[in-house]
Design a protein around this ligand. Structure first.
Ligand code: NAD
Ligand code: GDC
Length: 356
């Protein structure tokens, strides 16, 4: 019902902000948007929503957030790209407090439907050892060997959603997101994922005139990247569905990181010298989404082409970068700052290093 109170946690984040925007477009009149960040740090904020800045690690805050809600979309988590999750394993696991307390609160408050954003990081690492590995099917999460820290927490919380449904009757739905990108996503500071990071680095190279780009690893690892509009469409289809078990929500357009860089260079109209940094975080060797189960249930799967999504993402990051410049963050400082950020986490690439 459009008159239901709908709770979105992590609403100050990338996907949460797009979800609140979509719920408003659908005509939901009572949306409670919750995030730990102060409002000025929210990616998107809407005056028509009830916006709360609360720490959902705390049980009492989860009860306050869930009170009166009929639907809950629980997206709040401490997360980021490989540069973040590889260096913050304990912090990522502490998201279990949010997920545990949110499930308890949803049950106590009589929530009717509960969505949980899991991740492709739950998948067994052994199934992701080759760049050309087959798309991951849902059963490939077992035997379990998830991404250290973050992936194990996501897998544990998936199972808690299942047992809250089986034992207590809370109607939970779980989707495993595969690397989501788009406007309003984090694009610098260390939590960014590859698509936004590469866009930023290309923009910085063009703006500084230093026509080179540092690429983590060899550039030959593979991923699929899902544009945020597909993610939001998928959430909207999975929530009311009868899909009881965790289901992939990801693109199946597989690319190497080198191909990702080439697409962004083509969008930017520039060719850069590629400097490969094998000491930087790389994650699994190959990962793609098998959407057989999603298609069977929904007769739909993500389909926005990477080139199309990257063009919109590049344009948005370019505007954000230009705004920041106008605010006086001198280019070279910004360049050195982001390079410094990279070096602070692991040794820089050898100066003369060049990839394959
Ligand atoms: P994000 O970091 O932009 O959003 C997460 C939000 O949760 C942040 O705004 C953060 O402030 C908030 N949060 C963290 N701890 C909190 C707390 N204790 N109380 C309240 N709010 C808290 O990330 P995102 O990309 O929007 O991801 C949303 C969800 O989707 C997360 O659960 C993430 O693990 C999952 N996911 C995302 C991707 C992706 O590629 N973006 C992939 C797989 C899974
Ligand atoms: O960070 P990420 O997008 O996360 O990295 C993808 C690949 O891109 C890695 O091999 C990484 O080494 C490479 N890469 C090259 N240059 C760069 O400058 C860069 N920055 C980044 N970040 N990567 C670079 C993600 C998790 C998410 C989420 C998704 C689910 O792992 O970080 O939290 O769970 O998976 O699909 P990725 O795809 O390994």
């Amino acid at each position: 019902m459009k008159s239901d109170l709908v709770l979105v946690t992590g609403a100050g984040g990338f996907i949460g902000g797009h979800l609140v925007a979509d719920l408003r477009r659908q005509g939901y009149r009572f949306i409670r948007a919750v995030d730990i960040k102060p409002f000025e740090d929210w990616c998107q904020i809407f005056s028509g929503a009830e916006n709360l800045s609360l720490d959902l690690n705390l049980r009492e805050n989860c009860l306050r957030a869930a009170r009166g809600a009929r639907q809950v979309y629980n997206l709040a988590a401490n997360m980021g790209g490989m540069g973040f999750i590889e260096n913050n394993k304990a912090l990522c696991m502490l998201s279990v407090l949010i997920n545990t307390h949110m499930l308890q609160a949803a049950l106590e408050c009589g929530v009717e439907r509960y969505f949980y954003s899991s991740s492709a990081c739950v998948y067994n690492a052994e199934k992701q050892k080759r760049p050309d590995c087959p798309g991951l099917k849902e059963e490939d999460a077992y035997p379990a060997m998830a991404e250290d820290g973050y992936g194990w927490e996501k897998l544990f919380s998936e199972r808690m959603c299942r047992h809250f449904r089986e034992d207590f009757g809370l109607q939970t739905r779980v989707a495993r997101f595969h690397n989501v990108y788009g406007p309003f996503g984090t694009w610098d500071g260390g939590r960014e994922k590859a698509p936004a990071a590469i866009c930023r680095k290309v923009i910085e190279a063009k703006a500084s005139g230093r026509l080179e780009i540092e690429i983590w690893g060899t550039g030959e690892r593979t991923r699929s990247f899902m544009y945020v509009d597909d993610c939001i469409t998928g959430i909207g289809k999975i929530m009311p569905s009868a899909i009881l078990e965790p289901v992939n929500l990801g693109s199946n357009e597989l690319v190497t990181i080198n191909q990702l860089v080439s697409i962004v260079e083509e969008i930017a109209g520039v060719r850069l010298k590629r400097i490969y940094n094998p000491a930087a975080p790389q994650g699994v060797t190959g990962r793609n989404s098998d959407n057989t189960l999603l298609r069977r249930h929904l007769n739909w799967e993500p389909g926005i082409p990477l080139r199309e999504g990257l063009a919109k993402t590049y344009a948005w990051i370019y505007d954000e970068f230009a705004k920041r410049q106008r605010l006086g963050a001198p280019l070279i400082a910004l360049g050195s700052r982001s390079r410094c950020d990279t070096q602070s986490l692991w040794p820089a690439a050898p100066a003369s290093g060049s990839g394959p």
